[in-house]
Design a protein around this ligand. Sequence first.
Ligand code: AMP
Ligand code: MG
Length: 355
Amino acid sequence: MSEITKRIVIQDKDAPKEEELREAAAILARGDLVAFPTETVYGLGANALDEEAAKKIYAAKGRPSDNPLIAHVARIEDVSDLVREIPEAGKKLMDAFWPGPLTLIFPKKDIVPYGTTGGLNTVAVRMPSHPTARLLIALAGVPIAAPSANTSGKPSPTTADHVMQDMNGKIDMVVDGGEVEIGVESTIVDVSSKIPTLLRPGAITMEMLEEVLGEVAVDPVILGPVKEGVRPKAPGMKYRHYAPKAEMTLVEEASVEEMVKKIQELAKEKQREGFRVGILCTDESLQAYPSDMVVKSIGKREREETVAHNLFAVLREFDDAGVDCIFSESFPKDHMGQAIMNRLSKAAGYHIVRG
Ligand code: AMP
Ligand code: MG
């Protein structure tokens, strides 16, 4: 690995050219690390079948080694190389949502090393829709393990600059495809269990899954803190995530008006105590907060995909602004709101004030 991370910029992210990605593919094929854009967040890629390469991911991220990686494939046909069987629910979901922001858990074949699956007998697989990601994986010629390309515990990267903030000097290359589209990580569904189970919410929502499958179970860790003695089905869900440096409080009230009022009160109190206060709000409420606080809009409450899109970037901006504490608005927990509230609750370390 070189000391400096090379950055290549894709000219047209909807139509990447082979020659732009050849060097990145060669780095992956020889067992080293390349960060690249997907439709969800930037991934930190390595050969998923090479245990030594997977180890490099854990080292670069500072990620606990029991937190398994997702194997990304370029074509549906490639899934059968990795998994022992594709249950009916898996087939239906692949038909409905692949390529796209949906990861499925299957029983693994021996070819997938335990170093990739964190010791589990199952493997997580996704076929991304992002043209650059797909072409890069195809050129590398192997499935690519690609967790979010951030330092473990920090907000996931949604731009190549975010990747560089965390990974400069630790990986060989970042492929810069501009800002990602969705902004939160893939939905994860375990189809290896009797009843398909949602392990992590994302842009493929619970409602969309139910429409295809009928019954879907939900791993209870999705919206609450992991209780002692309870093991989340996705091992990664037990770790504190996305944490900004400041202490963050998520405020829930019966109505938006009451929530804004509560945040105004809590924020003033903290300011009086001498703290530098940040407020995470929406376009609709931006004017309601004092201008001598660090007030940042995360997007439009009426269009939750904008909130997901900006979420991690705004958390990083609060770090740069050097605030001591952040009060955040909350969102309804259905549709895309489930993924948004999962990420915000984790960012707040489940520090939630309810009216
Ligand atoms: P990231 O790579 O950062 O998007 O995180 C991957 C997520 O997928 C983590 O929460 C993992 O725990 C989860 N995951 C990966 N493989 C498996 C698996 N075989 N079973 C359950 N969860 C998994
Ligand atoms: Mg991650």
